[in-house]
Design a protein around this ligand. Structure first.
Ligand SMILES: Cc1cc2nc3c(=O)[nH]c(=O)nc-3n(C[C@H](O)[C@H](O)[C@H](O)COP(=O)(O)O)c2cc1C
Length: 370
């Protein structure tokens, strides 16, 4: 039987030859939000992984929306121009489609990079005032964020839309809004972080409001044939927090507004989370969203084996499968999956001599003009 993981799928104008996705991965390697030679090496390498869709890391829509001083951004001409050589190189040497994840870190901004501990920077250390739906910190002892007022919400909506327009100008193929992992949009969704009493807090409908406004602003800012998806935390893993039922309501609302996929992740809003970690532990969320709303889903989280990825797609649990750590560890994972599943994958002609004899037919030899 032909592999389903290596069957084509279409998201609006984007046709993908397989369903393998490079999950967005923060690199904390930018200066003033600008991409540089690290991004060229990192993304360039992953563009040769065999994955049909490659996401650029969580990219801040305004400077205060960065997790760290070193996050990638897309808020001005300098940050936009810095991505040009990276994208040019990928397009010259790879057939992968490129998406970008747009993000605002909310109350999880102003931190050290993970390899320096990841903890909040004090103002004296160069930190900045964080923002959130309510003045409730993520962790005890942290500086409380500023509760956003209506003018702030307007500014952030416009920042998302402006970044999306920059992505369009850069020729990026698709946009994913980061509404997961405890960052700003998730903070509006979850009753743990959203204690507002105005039109943006309280009932489920009100907690959905700001993320949906952001979605509408971005959808309106980009061409109608450009796909847009949303990454959600399908559950907070905390009693009384955001959960799958609420996620399904959000997904329904997003579908009716023109979302093209949901990436089903989880957690990140509270140190009280109790995550049931295990192989493919978030796949049931992708499956529930797909089955109950009819939206395409991307499954992610501890998916490392080609057979498992194949079973997820073949079993109708998700339309696409994203890998993060597995692709960092084995940046030719897509090749190896194609070989294991007796499928074919694009590779640059410079590498056509690579496959061992038993996998001699694994490359779809499509000559490219270099
Ligand atoms: C180095 C690293 C950076 C990450 N950065 C992001 C990010 O920018 N946006 C995001 O939504 N998830 C991010 N994640 C989470 C991954 O995209 C993915 O959801 C998670 O690692 C689970 O998938 P995996 O088991 O294949 O690694 C990151 C993960 C890693 C390991």
């Amino acid at each position: 039987m032909a592999s389903r993981l290596f069957s084509p799928v279409t998201l609006r104008r984007v046709s993908l030859p397989n369903r393998i996705v490079v999950s967005p991965m923060c690199q904390y390697s930018s200066q003033d939000g600008r991409a540089n030679d690290w991004h060229l090496i990192h993304l360039g390498g992953l563009a040769l992984s065999g994955a049909a869709l490659l996401f650029i890391e969580a990219t801040a829509v305004e400077p205060d929306g960065r997790i760290t001083h070193s996050d990638l951004g897309l808020w001005n001409n300098e940050t936009e121009q810095a991505l040009v050589p990276v994208l040019d190189a990928i397009r010259r040497h790879s057939s992968t489609s490129v998406g970008i994840q747009l993000s605002h870190a909310g109350r999880k901004a102003s931190c050290r990079v993970p390899w320096e501990g990841g903890t909040q920077l004090s103002m004296a250390e160069g930190g900045w005032e964080t923002v959130a739906p309510s003045a409730v910190p993520q962790n005890d002892g942290e500086r409380p964020p500023k509760a956003l007022n209506v003018a702030d919400l307007e500014r952030i909506r416009e920042a998302f839309a402006a970044s999306a327009q920059r992505a369009v100008r850069l020729g990026i193929d698709g946009v994913e809004l980061h509404a997961a992992h405890g960052y700003l949009l998730h903070e509006f969704l979850s009753p743990i972080s959203n204690r507002r009493t105005d039109a943006y807090g309280g009932s489920l409908e009100r907690r959905l409001r700001f993320p949906l406004e952001i979605f509408d602003a971005v959808r309106a800012a980009v061409p109608a044939d450009m796909p847009i998806g949303v990454r959600v935390s399908a559950t907070d893993w905390v009693d009384g927090g955001w959960d799958l039922d609420q996620t399904l309501a959000l997904a329904d609302a997003l579908k009716s507004r023109g979302a093209d996929w949901i990436t089903a992740s989880s957690g990140g809003i509270s140190p009280r989370q109790q995550i049931a970690l295990g192989t493919g532990y978030q796949v049931p969320f992708a499956e529930a969203i797909r089955r109950q709303t009819g939206l395409a889903t991307i499954a992610v989280g501890l998916i490392t084996e080609p057979d498992h990825a194949e079973a997820i797609v073949a079993g109708g649990q998700a339309d696409l499968v994203a890998l993060a750590r597995g692709l960092l560890y084995d940046p030719r994972w897509g090749w190896h999956a194609a070989a294991a599943l007796r499928a074919t994958v694009d590779a640059p002609p410079q590498y056509w001599r690579a496959p061992p004899r038993e996998h001699a037919g694994v490359f779809r030899r499509q000559p490219r003009s270099v």
